[in-house]
Structures are given as C-alpha cells and as structure tokens.
Design a protein around this ligand. Structure first.
Ligand code: AMP
Length: 402
C-alpha cells in the first residue's frame, strides 16, 4: 500500500511517501516552504536531497508540485498518481465533533471548519490540503485525519475535567484534550522496544520538546494526563507560547490595556514564552548560545524552561506512583543534552539519574542516557509522527474495506 502523509502549516507542507507493504519504507519525503510568499520545495530520495524554487502561491500549488515531483518518470518513485492508496493528514485538534482518527467523508469534511478556532496555526491549512487532495487525486482516494488529540482520549475524568461552571464547559466543550499524541505514542512504543518489555506493563513520562512542548503521563501504555489542556499554548512554556498562566493575568491585561482578545491571543501565542524572557530566540539553539556567552536573560529562560518541565515530571511521577522510564523527544528533546541535564538535575532521590557521557553523545539518535541499573531509565528517542500517521491511515482504510 502506498500512503502519502501530509503535515500542513500556514506557509509549509511536509510530506512523506511510504510503501506500507511489510516493513514500512520511505520512498520519498520533503518539504514545501514559503507558500504564499515565494516558494521552495525539497525532495529527498535514497538520502539524496534536491531543492526546487518553483513559485507556490497556494497550498494547492504546493501539492500539485509535490505530485509532479513524485510522478516524474525520471525519478521512478511513482509511475502514476493512481498508485496512491491513501493520504494521511496530521490534524492537530479533533475537537468534539470529529473526536478521534477517522477517514474523511462528507459529514467529517463539514465539521473541519469548526476546529479552526482551536488550532488556528494548523487546522485551516489541513483543510486546504484535504481539498487539494480531493481536487487533484479524486474523491475516491481515501483520506485520513490523524489527530494529535486521539492518544489522550484515555485520560480519566479527574485529569481532563476543567473546573469551570458546567454551562460554560458544556457550551464550549472545554476540557483537557492534549496534543502531540502521535509523538508521545510513538516514543512510548519505541521505549518499550528498547527496554524489551511490553508497553502495557510500563509507566512512562514522555517529554515532547520542540517548537511545541508537552509532557505526558503514560500508565500501562495509555495516556492518563498531559500538560497541554484545551489548546496548544498551555502547559510548559515554549519558544514563543506562554504555557500555563494565572487566568487573572489575562483579565487584568484585557481590562487595563483596553486590549482586544485577538491581540492578547497573539501575544500569548507569538510574543511570550522563552523568547519573551531571553530577548533572543525563539530557536532554543540561539537561546542556549546566548546563555553560554553570558547573557543573563537567556540563562533565566533556560533555567525557567528546565524547571517548568521538571515540575511536570514530578507531578506525573506522583500521578503514576513512580515511572519505569522518562523519554525525551522532538527537536530539543532529541538534540539538547544541556536541556535534558537541566531538567533531570536534582531528581536523584526519585531514582532519576543521568549518565553524563551518554547524554552528551546522544544527539538526533535513540539511546539510553541513564546509567545501567538506575531505578528509572532515561531515553532520548527521535519521534516519527509521519510513520504513525501512515500506519493509522492503513488501519482506517483496512477497517473500512473489511
Ligand atoms: P520540532 O518542533 O520538533 O521540529 O523542534 C524544533 C525546535 O527544536 C527548534 O525550534 C529548536 O529550538 C530546537 N532544536 C533543534 N535542534 C536543536 C539543537 N541541536 N539543540 C537545541 N535545540 C534544537
């Protein structure tokens, strides 16, 4: 089965083409960037990367170019678009109508615009991709929505209830949904493989630390709590996103600044977080470099980031009554030994220890970074959300055909 996975942002479209027969094999992957600005598209086949500067005025134009690259006879990737058996879309927030992972049909398609308010940086662009696929591939090619929220559907009420008045809660479906679910699930499965133990026996704390950050408590393989609540700005502070915030602060700013809610939302999404403390960034590499050069604000940002993640680890250690392993993933979690060390510093009384040499040498690859025999194992594991989306797309198509 040939499955194309698409992950759309406001000006970008990440793609990965898999052959899912037997062991999943990546046939080609790449990224269209600067959509609506000028346009740049990469294509990587067998480790060789090519870049194309064709203009990309719209997401549909980007998808058209991606299809042209994948079906170019000179490259021998796909002979024809009719070889595609399905498309899997990353969909950040399933909301309440869509709920979990699903194939797109007329009814689901109508619900999609209702999700835009919840994930304004992602959902409107996924919609554009879905429509481009329907237009260019035909409505008969199955398309799946694989939601970041799905893995967290197992949270108990005590974790997902938001203590607001019932009428408001019910009217606006306010509760904890959680995000980065495919990533948390993938690294949990990989950790179980590395530990050579069945996932349903394990309690894990997974830290997805990238452009977006969330920490999840996994009990016997199932998500039981996670740091992001109703939207992707809650929980751990991120490059530009605020993270957890005393709600009174928002009321106070709105009242005293005479600010429109949309303006405050822009501040909380784009002008807060680590960059607001550091004065540089938001890329953590820049903040770490500034801190290393003696910039006190950047040092504060790094310390705050590590401390806030550590507090979630402590909370979830208590929620789970102990953890078998802690896993770091995503851009920061996979590549920054400094952040991993900062987060885990001073947790030895919980049995959480780091092997300094292993931690330093583990960058962008899977590895154990705790000493052998430590009560809690610690791993860095590269995430692979695209593979999870491809697998789930196959499962949904097979279920429909059964
Ligand atoms: P992601 O959302 O998983 O693609 O992660 C993107 C983020 O990872 C970037 O904003 C960087 O802050 C961070 N990142 C990537 N590489 C490194 C690195 N080598 N060291 C520290 N942070 C990194």
């Amino acid at each position: 089965m040939k499955i194309l996975v698409l992950n759309a942002g406001s000006t970008s479209m990440k793609y990965c083409l898999y052959d899912m027969g037997g062991e999943a094999k990546v046939l080609a992957k790449g990224l269209s960037e600067r959509i609506g600005i000028d346009g740049r598209t990469s294509l990587t086949v067998d480790g060789e990367k090519m870049v194309f500067d064709d203009p990309l005025p719209t997401h549909e134009a980007a998808f058209r170019l991606i299809l042209a690259l994948l079906t170019d006879p000179a490259r021998n990737i796909l002979m024809d678009i009719r070889e595609l058996n399905g498309v899997g879309h990353r969909f950040a927030h399933g909301g309440w109508h869509i709920g979990g992972n699903t194939l797109v049909n007329g009814e689901i398609r109508r619900y999609i615009p209702g999700c835009h308010d919840l994930t304004p940086l992602q959902s409107p662009y996924a919609e554009l991709c879905i429509d481009a696929c329907t237009a260019l591939l035909g409505a008969h090619v199955p398309q799946a929505l694989v939601c970041d929220t799905s893995f967290h559907a197992t949270m108990p009420k005590r974790a997902y209830l938001t203590p607001l008045p019932k009428d408001l809660r019910e009217k606006y479906h306010i509760r904890r949904y959680g995000f980065h679910g495919t990533s948390h699930q993938y690294v949990a499965e990989q950790a179980a493989l590395l530990m050579n133990r069945p996932l349903p026996e394990l309690n894990l704390i997974t830290c997805h630390l990238g452009g977006g950050c969330s920490v999840t408590a996994i009990e016997k393989g199932r998500s039981v709590d996670t740091s992001m609540e109703y939207s992707g700005i809650s929980g751990v502070p991120m490059g530009t996103r605020i993270g957890d915030l005393d709600p009174h602060i928002q009321c106070y700013i709105l009242e005293h600044e005479g600010m429109a809610p949309a303006e405050l939302q822009d501040i909380l999404y784009h002008r807060s977080g680590l960059r607001a403390i550091a004065g540089v960034g938001p890329d953590l590499r820049e903040i770490e470099a500034a801190a290393a050069a003696g910039n006190e604000d950047a040092k504060d940002a790094v310390e705050l980031f590590c401390y806030r993640i550590k507090k979630y680890i402590g909370a979830y250690f208590a929620a789970l009554n102990g953890a078998d392993a802690i896993v770091f993933t995503a851009g920061i979690g996979e590549n920054s030994p400094g952040i991993r060390a900062g987060v885990l510093e001073g947790l030895d009384r919980l049995g959480i220890l780091l092997d300094t040499a292993r931690n330093e040498s583990c960058r962008g690859k899977a590895g154990k970074i705790s000493p052998d025999g430590a009560p809690v194992a610690v791993y860095a594991i590269p995430t692979d959300e695209e593979l999870m989306i491809a697998r789930e797309t196959v499962r949904l198509i097979q279920m429909q055909n059964a």
